[in-house]
Write a protein that binds this ligand. Structure first.
Ligand code: ZN
Length: 203
């Protein structure tokens, strides 16, 4: 199983981190050891002083595919969830400054909490999904998949030109504006189309 992620897929989020809006999707990966399931506690890593949450729609691949056409992508998706793309922003800033890969900033253990999955047919279409997250009950991010720079179908068609996706692979689809730091004892909650999916604590 692999976790493929996209950076800067919402204009306002690109702007809040002073990044240009990309002409092509910015793709990176997290190892399978980043996956954290079942709303288990997340333990604040000792190597960062600036851990950021990024709440994102996550789609799960249901069967192997490569060179997918945009119009057929939907039939390759068998689940939709919410995830947090945890980012050690201090490490990422250092990597960016030196033009180095983001692996350690985003691929550390448990850096990809993912909620339970909902069958796509139980949700609105992939380009009409509303989601939100809160820290300690205070709303922080509100997103709508219609605001993605590269919609899910475009994104997966792009990815599969380079990387074959397999059953069980997860795609993090980017975060809207409102990212910020979390601290020990914070509680993160997230909703997708009225489903309370994420609810876990930082320890
Ligand atoms: Zn992200």
């Amino acid at each position: 199983m692999k976790i493929i992620c996209v950076g800067r897929n919402y204009r306002e989020h690109a702007a809040e981190l002073n990044n240009p809006v990309p002409a092509k999707p910015i793709i990176f990966m997290k190892p399978d050891t980043s996956l954290l399931r079942n709303n288990k506690d997340f333990y604040y890593p000792e190597f960062t002083q600036n851990l950021h949450y990024e709440c994102e729609i996550v789609v799960r691949i249901g069967r192997e595919g490569k060179y997918l056409q945009e119009e057929f992508v939907t039939s390759y998706i068998d689940g939709v969830a919410l995830g947090i793309d945890f980012t050690a922003r201090d490490i990422q800033d250092e990597c960016k400054a030196k033009s180095l890969p983001w692996t350690l900033a985003k691929g550390f253990n448990d850096a990809a909490p993912v909620s339970e999955f909902i069958a796509p047919e139980e949700l609105p279409p992939l380009d009409k999904l509303r989601f939100s997250c809160a820290i300690n009950g205070e709303p922080r991010q509100v997103g709508h998949s219609a605001d993605m720079i590269f919609p899910v179908n475009t994104l997966i068609a792009f990815i599969t030109r380079y990387i074959t996706v397999k059953k069980g692979d997860l795609i993090f689809t980017g975060t809207p504006a409102g990212v910020g730091a979390v601290h020990v004892n914070d509680r993160i909650t997230g909703e997708l189309e009225g489903h309370a999916l994420l609810d876990f604590s930082i320890r």
